[in-house]
Design a protein around this ligand. Structure first.
Ligand code: COA
Length: 191
């Protein structure tokens, strides 16, 4: 059966309902159209702009300029072009995720690695990060992975709090200013 968030479902464009995101016209029911779909190469420059905006104040963990962010995201896209998806709210790009279901963790079976997860600050706190995270979990399940992992900058308290408290990620190692986190991907019925 093709689940609602299955990344390999024939129809990859999905519609979600989001309550009251900012700067979008409100419908009678106060809902917005939220889509999740794969990113094409020519859409990456737009993502680089959102990336720079989201990492403002955390430059230590981001890229030095929009050009550098573009190069970084283009490089990620070359490595895992099938794992880069963006979310749109009423036609505007609001965030994206880059994930790789074929990632080898030392001493482990393959895991679903999240290389990048970004929500435009104007749209943060409305559930879009969770939507992208659930999508990553779905992709992990699709490929039979039982673990999702990622790196976060040690001072990125907002994201770390979000990963650890909301999703149960646990730190397992550190490299410089980067902390590696993992959590288990539970079966469908539990999430
Ligand atoms: C981290 C990030 C992706 C989260 O995206 P978001 O869209 O703001 O997250 P959501 O709106 O889905 O999360 C809101 C939920 O998380 C909960 N939450 C937020 N911060 C939390 C925290 N520190 N502890 C526990 N729960 C938290 C909220 O209560 C809410 O829960 P609910 O859905 O049950 O109501 C976003 O802040 C971001 O893009 N940050 C900048 C880039 C970045 O740091 N990326 C991560 C790189 S490692």
């Amino acid at each position: 059966m093709s689940m609602p968030e299955d990344p390999d479902s024939p129809d990859r464009r999905r519609k979600y309902s989001l309550t009251s995101p900012p700067q979008v016209s409100q419908t009678a029911k106060d809902q917005a159209d939220v889509l999740l779909h794969p990113v094409r190469e020519n859409e990456i420059p737009e993502l680089a702009g959102i990336y720079m905006k989201a990492y403002k104040g955390m430059e230590e963990y981001g890229e030095a300029s929009t050009d550098q962010a573009l190069l970084y995201l283009q490089r990620l896209n070359r490595f895992c072009s099938k794992g880069i998806f963006k979310t749109m709210v009423n036609g505007r790009t609001a965030g994206f995720i880059v994930c790789d279901p074929h990632w080898y963790e030392p001493g482990q079976r393959k895991v679903l690695e999240i290389h990048e997860l970004v929500v435009d600050p104007d749209y943060q706190g409305y559930g879009l990060g969770s939507l992208l995270m659930r999508f990553a979990y779905s992709m992990g399940r699709k490929y039979g992975r039982s673990v999702v992992s990622l790196w976060a900058g040690e001072g990125n308290n907002r994201a770390i709090g979000w990963y650890t408290r909301k999703y149960g990620f646990k730190p397992d190692r550190k490299h410089g200013v980067w902390i590696h986190f993992q959590t288990r991907i539970e079966p469908w019925k539990n999430q």
